[in-house]
Write a protein that binds this ligand. Structure first.
Ligand code: TMP
Length: 209
């Protein structure tokens, strides 16, 4: 029995973490075994890497930043994600390779060749693991920014301002256009309950009977 690998992506403030928990709860009620995880993170070492990369007081060279995310991903895939898939679990993961392509790739204005290289590095780090489904929680930058300011959270990226967040949104939408089968766009501006219903509807389509 092979599990199902579902990732949640989107700009900061899109509500993906809340929605991931809601979906996990619902799926458990339906009798599925669910693993919730996140990137960077998911293992003790990867969580330590997370605190390094998200610490705005530690300036990172661009390649160091990429390699830290990928190091955390490699740990996570090998030690947590692959074993969970092998035992038939449904994995809901908060961010994965698409975030690297957006934050360390598209937003940085990398050339086509550099982006292709980043894709290869991603594939190397995650040993070619591709999500069965990716939910992109998308909404207007101003609306999501308003939510973020209400939450009062801040890290290396969240402090970068509206223009940065706009580029992040554009980056994710570009990826969704390239892979419409895998990446399904959900309107994150709706009420939390409506977003949860849309998320579940899309997930249902990939569940085993
Ligand atoms: P989170 O707040 O959604 O958990 O994500 C933490 C931050 O990490 C978010 O601002 C995006 C960033 N990030 C990257 O820049 N590259 C990556 O590969 C991942 C997984 C996250």
């Amino acid at each position: 029995m092979k599990g199902i690998f579902i990732t949640f992506e989107g700009p900061d403030g899109s509500g993906k973490t809340t929605q991931l928990h809601k979906a996990a709860e619902k799926l458990r009620q339906m009798g599925y075994e669910v693993l919730e995880s996140r990137e960077p993170g998911g293992t003790e070492l990867a969580e330590k890497v997370r605190s390094l990369v998200l610490d705005a007081s530690l300036p990172l060279a661009a390649k160091t930043e990429v390699l830290l995310y990928l190091a955390a991903r490699s740990e996570h895939v090998e030690k947590v994600l692959r074993p969970a898939l092998a035992t038939g679990k449904i994995i809901l993961c908060d961010r994965f390779c698409d975030s690297t392509l957006v934050y360390q790739g598209l937003v940085k204005g990398l050339s086509k060749e550099q982006l292709a290289e980043l894709r290869r590095l991603n594939a190397y780090a995650c040993d070619e693991l591709i999500p069965d489904l990716t939910l992109l929680l998308d909404g207007r930058t101003e609306v999501l920014a308003e939510r973020r300011s209400l939450r009062g959270v801040s890290d290396r990226y969240e402090d970068k301002g509206l223009e940065f967040q706009r580029q992040v949104r554009t980056g994710f939408c570009t990826l969704a256009e390239l892979e419409p089968q895998r990446i399904r766009v959900i309107n994150a501006e709706q009420s939390a309950d409506k977003v949860a219903a849309d998320v579940l509807q899309v997930i249902r389509a990939v569940l085993p009977e």
